[in-house]
Design a protein around this ligand. Structure first.
Ligand SMILES: *Cc1c(COP(=O)(O)O)cnc(C)c1O
Length: 866
């Protein structure tokens, strides 16, 4: 019956309980249990069938049942209360409102646009593939909880990412269930006359890409999702937003055009239709949305008569870029020729010459490919403020991109870091939450005060250990049930008959030490590291005294056969009757599974190839549920492992042979499980409590808990990036963009004058023959500034430890002052350094551009050294 055309009829709710519609459409239900309970009580069985999804539940509820509920005054009052609670949540002042009032005249942004290619908000809105999307979802939810005025921008993918299953041989199968937006918590942006609002982009060949805009409401945060499946688009255009990370180069480019440029246009629509303020700050979560800057440059050139360079500076000031991957293959790169086709000729945006655009994404560094346009490079060029997602990833990113700032040491590369966090109300199991909140209102405190020390958390160290242990057993048991059902269902899909699947009812054991491992399956995450020595793993799993069980999940990108082979290898191991009661692979890792998996585990395993895990967040979610991390010191764990909150798997960083490295690290992993993890877990006292284990769990929850929160993360983004970016933007836009014009003029002058800027001579005085701490070194330097004046530059003494070689370590800079001016732009500067530490001391002198509009001294990549 191919000709069937389907559409959904949204239920008409009886007026007395019409607020159910509002409650279903605001995704706050996904992290607010009372609303979920309310929906569940409508029809518990249906609720389970539709996967805890209020919109689907309402669609599936009969008119009679709805009328019955409306007549039930008890139910109706619960609806009223839930609605009143939602209204309060949406309307009351939260942390940001207080914070922004404290900023006084300096101001704080009224609106921040957050762009991301994927969002993992709820199982009911499957628009994510993995960590990046989950992080974006957690960012929006936490922003909502603390009142930060974000508006999200993304794409609506009709088939989302894929659903994973296995065939008989354990090979990953992908299916793409089609989503109907009418069945989802989405509403269409419409013009006043009711017609859908449309965003249009011009494409090569005279074609147009049209998109409508869905709005999801994530608590207080609106999320705008562009959808190209609209009348007027040809089939290829309709397919642009069909799949997340589907399609090849050109389709990916079209998606990113729609996300970046279309996204800005959607924001303009949103402001026009709702009166919402235009964003003061634009944040690109990973490089995919970088074209947002190109659209804004064009707006400024045409609307305010700025030059390209002036507009670029205006845009850069108020843009934030977060890089997420130290894996070069994870970065989007397009053929330059493709960019020329999409942005050149008569497709060139007004005010944006294609060669200027190409420069912004050019890999102009050693090893760069001149034929390529790099979206991470674009991201760094369009944002004055950039960050990595853990301290270690900050270091790695500065190294990775230091070629863009030649002349600077990598620690001066203007990329900072803000360590990721997770949204506790989404990820903390209700049982854990109830136990914890009987002791302390930790989450309420976080929403009120995301950046301050939290005493409430330290009180969790005193949770009654017996209660903690009982709760963990319940969670383990919950996971065991879930795993049995999933393994059974998977075997039925793999072609087994129910009669041969009796064994699946007995796999795993709620009293056995449970290790979890779930993530996407790119090679660097090393899904199969634990299989290096299969016999040894078998022994660990089936140890008669101290057995261990492992629950595994993960999807491979559909185009990645290597990843699928790893999954197959893993699945085949788990199929072995000797071990299948102790190790299980659960297909289709997603939010719904994750919410069972983390709480049910005692140990969360992560063994990436250091340093390729930018942050990782699954271990944070596990920790909040009382699991201990067992991980390579990579990403966030490198920063927050403290010796008592889990275990660090030693890395063989220096070993070049990857096989040998895997062997060494796998052995270290086995040693840790056998020698430390299992013995501690099974070491129980006379009351059957593993006191030493529980001590670690309580230490983890009480000290790591407050660090890993996304409220802390969003608070940091706000203070360290959004507020400075907004102010930098305002400083340039005031008085008809006078600041942007002046900054662009300064940059042009500095760039053209720079060849004439140099350090001619350095001399020093003041130290004895064998200098001691406390003595003062006086440095004088003679410099040529060419066309620049002394106010245009900063002349610095750069000093630090000199351990041989060309580099200084632990560097400090001291500005020098102008002492005398001579003819032809020659100047003398002087400065002093008081020796503060013993050991080898080294110093040099350098000249940097100086202007209030530059976020850092390295921003322009200009430097003259002695
Ligand atoms: C948290 C989460 C991830 C990301 O985990 P990593 O530790 O970053 O690999 C991926 N998928 C789902 C479903 C998650 O909940």
């Amino acid at each position: 019956m191919k000709a069937i055309r389907r559409f959904s009829v949204r239920p008409v709710l009886p007026p007395r309980i019409a607020a159910l519609g509002d409650l279903a459409m605001n995704l706050r239900w996904s992290w607010h249990p009372p609303v979920r309970d309310l929906f569940e009580s409508i029809d518990p069985q249906r609720w389970a069938e539709v996967g805890a999804d209020p919109v689907a539940l309402l669609s599936a509820t009969s008119v009679e049942r709805l009328d019955e509920l409306a007549a039930d005054e008890g139910f109706a009052v619960r609806v009223d209360e839930a609605k009143a609670d939602l209204d309060r949540y949406l309307g009351e002042d939260r942390w940001y409102q207080r914070f922004s009032a404290e900023q006084g005249d300096a101001g704080a942004p009224r609106s921040i646009a957050y762009f991301s290619p994927e969002y993992g908000i709820a199982a009911a809105l499957p628009q994510y593939s993995g960590g990046l999307g989950i992080l974006a979802g957690d960012h929006l939810k936490s922003a909502s909880d603390i009142g930060v005025p974000i508006v999200g921008v993304g794409l609506f993918y009709k088939t989302g990412y894929f659903r994973q299953s296995l065939n008989r041989d354990g090979w990953q199968q992908e299916t793409y269930p089609v989503l109907d937006p009418d069945d989802l918590p989405l509403s269409l942006l419409r013009e006043e006359d009711g017609t859908p609002s449309i965003v249009t982009l011009r494409l090569p060949g005279g074609r147009e890409l049209r998109a409508q805009v869905w709005r999801a409401q994530v608590g207080r945060v609106p999320l705008l999702l562009l959808d190209s499946d609209v009348p007027g688009n040809d089939d290829a255009m309709r397919a642009v937003t069909e799949r997340l990370y589907g399609g090849g180069g050109e389709q990916r480019l079209q998606q990113e055009l729609l996300l970046g440029m279309g996204g800005v246009r959607a924001l303009r629509l949103w402001s026009r239709l709702t009166g919402a303020p235009a964003p003061d700050v634009y944040h690109s979560n990973e490089g995919h949305a970088g074209f947002l800057a190109i659209e804004r440059i064009s707006e400024l050139v045409t609307g305010y008569d700025l030059s390209f360079d002036e507009a670029l500076e205006q845009v850069r000031a108020a843009t934030v870029f977060t890089t997420h991957t130290p894996v070069p293959a994870g970065i989007d790169r397009f053929e330059r020729s493709l960019i020329e086709v999409y942005f050149g000729g008569d497709l060139a945006l007004p005010g944006v010459p294609v060669d200027r655009l190409l420069e912004l994404g050019a890999e102009k560094y050693e090893g760069g490919d001149p034929a390529v346009f790099n979206m991470a490079v674009l991201g760094l060029h369009i944002a004055q403020r950039a960050n990595g997602v853990s301290k270690l990833h900050g270091v790695v990113s500065r190294d990775m991109f230091d070629g863009l700032w030649p002349g600077f040491d990598s620690d001066e590369v203007p990329i900072t870091s803000i360590t990721n966090g997770v949204h506790a109300p989404t990820w903390v199991d209700r049982k854990v939450y109830d136990l914890a909140s009987s002791h302390a209102d930790v989450l309420e405190q976080d929403a009120a005060n995301p950046l301050e020390t939290r005493d409430a958390w330290s009180r969790l160290a005193d949770l009654p250990r017996a209660d903690v242990w009982t709760t963990k057993r319940e969670l383990r048991s919950q996971l065991v049930d879930e795993a049995r059902a999933r393994v059974r269902a998977s075997w039925i899909e793999r072609g087994a008959s129910p009669a041969e699947l009796g064994w699946t009812d007995e796999i795993l054991d709620p009293d056995v030490l449970t290790i979890g491992f779930a993530r996407r399956v790119p090679t660097y995450k090393r899904l199969t590291l634990m299989l290096r020595d299969p016999e040894r793993l078998k022994k660990i799993l089936t140890d008669p005294e101290r057995p261990v069980q492992i629950v595994i999940a993960g999807k491979s990108h559909p185009a990645d056969d290597t990843g699928k082979q790893l999954i197959q290898q893993m699945v085949r191991f788990t199929d072995d009757p000797e071990v299948r009661h102790r190790i299980a692979f659960l297909p289709n890792y997603d939010i719904a599974m994750a919410q069972h998996l983390y709480p049910g585990c005692d140990v969360w395993l992560n063994n990436p190839l250091r340093p390729f895990e930018a942050s990782g967040t699954s271990g944070m979610k596990a920790a909040l549920n009382g699991a201990l991390n067992l991980s390579i010191l990579d990403g966030w764990w490198d920063e927050w492992f403290d010796g008592q909150n889990g275990w660090a798997i030693p890395t063989a960083d220096g070993v070049d042979d990857p096989d040998r490295r895997d062997d060494i690290e796998a052995n270290a992993l086995y040693d840790l499980i056998e020698g430390q993890v299992a013995p501690r877990f099974y070491d129980v006292d006379e009351e059957d409590l593993p006191q030493n284990w529980l001590a670690m769990v309580l230490h983890t929850v009480s000290t790591l808990g407050p660090k890993v929160l996304a409220t802390r993360m969003v608070g940091e983004y706000t203070e360290r990036l959004y507020v400075p970016a907004a102010r930098a933007g305002w400083a340039l836009s005031r008085d008809d963009h006078a600041g942007a014009r002046a900054l662009a003029a300064y940059i042009e002058k500095a760039r053209s004058a720079w060849p004439g800027v140099r350090v001619d001579h350095v001399e020093s005085s003041g130290l004895g023959d064998s200098p001691e701490i406390g003595e003062t070194l006086t440095v004088a330097t003679y410099v040529s500034l060419g066309e620049l004046s002394p106010e245009d530059v900063e002349v610095q003494i750069v000093h630090g430890r000199a351990n041989g070689g060309d580099e200084l370590h632990d560097v400090t800079t001291v500005p020098m002052r102008l002492e005398e001016s001579y003819e032809q732009g020659r100047r003398k500067f002087v400065g002093e350094v008081t020796l503060g530490t013993s050991g080898a001391f080294g110093y040099t002198v350098r000249i940097l551009p100086k202007h209030d509009g530059l976020a850092t001294p390295a921003t322009l990549g200009l430097v003259a050294t002695a």
